[in-house]
Design a protein around this ligand. Structure first.
Ligand code: MG
Length: 341
């Protein structure tokens, strides 16, 4: 099996703000795994605050090359992915890129769409559309760009949260997902804000408090008027049980979970524990988001709008029709590119 990779920069349509920073682009590394001329594609998205870089990702690929080189067309997918995971701790996005590419390749070799390879049904679901914190003068334009989408996702935690919601409510009464990105630290303030948001057609709150405030989250959960979704508090499967008393659901992302294989296990674990499944994404292109869309069957909430927020997506294979995520029903993930990786 031949592995190749290509660094790339995804440019945001609008500078993208969360409670801790604003950025204009996201570095990614695309990978291709190839057997007998058939290529599987994957993507590592590397927002700087998560600590993985293009350099660390490329170093990881060089180590993965030694593992993959020994396999031919009859590889056993779980065995290869297990060995890749064992190369080193961390490197979740780099592992995700390889996992996505391997799933794409396996689907193509077996002539099955990824959902079928995973034993799942193809489902079309609505996704939310994210409006980042940034220039408030652009708010009306950003909301208009999302006119097809029935739910908007808003980033709060920037200090002027009520003002932000009031501004949005001048333009739309659509339901909102609110993501605080760990931006609130006072327990009483959090409960008051949840109540206030619930009265303004907000339907869930994501990661209101820092990861280390799980004790406060456990107290808040029992009184919360809205579902609380863990994002930064959960990366991989083993993190879910520890936070299940403090949240109602989990935002699962391929770049945290190390890819599709573990994302599916995480969704199943959530169902087992009675937690909601929220399928999310990083700043990423169609390459990664298409892979995630194959496990939409599990989703209570979908936030797979990343390809819509960038201007230079070199992959095709995912469509948004009336706010729904629509996959191509072809072997693999359905994400394709004319780019040479
Ligand atoms: Mg989040």
């Amino acid at each position: 099996m031949k592995l190749s990779y290509l660094p790339y920069d995804l440019q945001f349509r609008h500078p993208f703000g969360v409670s801790s920073n604003i950025r204009t682009h996201t570095p990614v590394v695309y990978v291709s795994v190839c057997i007998d001329g058939i290529e599987g594609y994957g993507e590592a998205s590397l927002p700087p605050y998560l600590g993985e870089t293009r350099e660390s990702t490329i170093q990881f690929m060089k180590r993965a090359e030694m593992v993959l080189g020994g396999y031919n067309g009859s590889f056993e997918l779980n065995e290869v992915l297990f060995r890749i995971d064992r190369i080193d701790e961390g490197h979740n996005a780099a592992k995700a890129a390889l996992d996505i590419a391997m799933h794409d390749l396996a689907g193509k070799l077996q002539e099955k769409p990824l959902y079928e390879l995973l034993g799942l049904q193809l489902e079309q679901k609505h996704t939310s559309h994210t409006i980042g914190i940034g220039d408030e003068k652009l708010l009306a334009q950003k909301i208009n760009e999302a006119h097809d989408f029935p739910v908007l996702k808003i980033k709060l935690g920037g200090g002027n949260d009520k003002l932000m919601i009031d501004e949005i409510r001048k333009h739309t009464d659509k339901p909102l997902y609110v993501d605080v990105n760990q931006g609130w630290t006072d327990e009483k303030f959090v409960l008051d804000m949840i109540g206030w948001l619930a009265s303004r057609n907000v339907v869930l709150v994501e990661q209101p408090m820092p990861v280390n405030m799980i004790g406060a989250m456990i107290r808040i959960k029992s009184q919360s008027e809205l579902p609380l979704i863990a994002d930064e508090s959960v990366k991989r499967l083993n993190d879910i049980e520890m936070i299940s008393e403090g949240f109602h659901g989990v935002n699962i992302k391929l770049m945290k979970s190390t890819g599709v294989r573990e994302a599916k296990l995480m969704a199943e674990k959530c169902k087992e524990l009675g937690l909601k499944v929220y399928l999310g994404c990083m700043g990423e292109s169609t390459c990664a988001s298409a892979a995630m869309a194959h496990i939409m069957q599990y989703a209570d909430y979908v936030d797979l709008d990343a390809p819509r927020l960038i201007t230079n997506d070199m992959f095709c294979g995912l469509k948004y029709i009336d706010g729904k995520v629509i996959l191509r029903n072809v072997p693999g993930t359905g994400a394709n590119t004319a780019m040479n990786i």
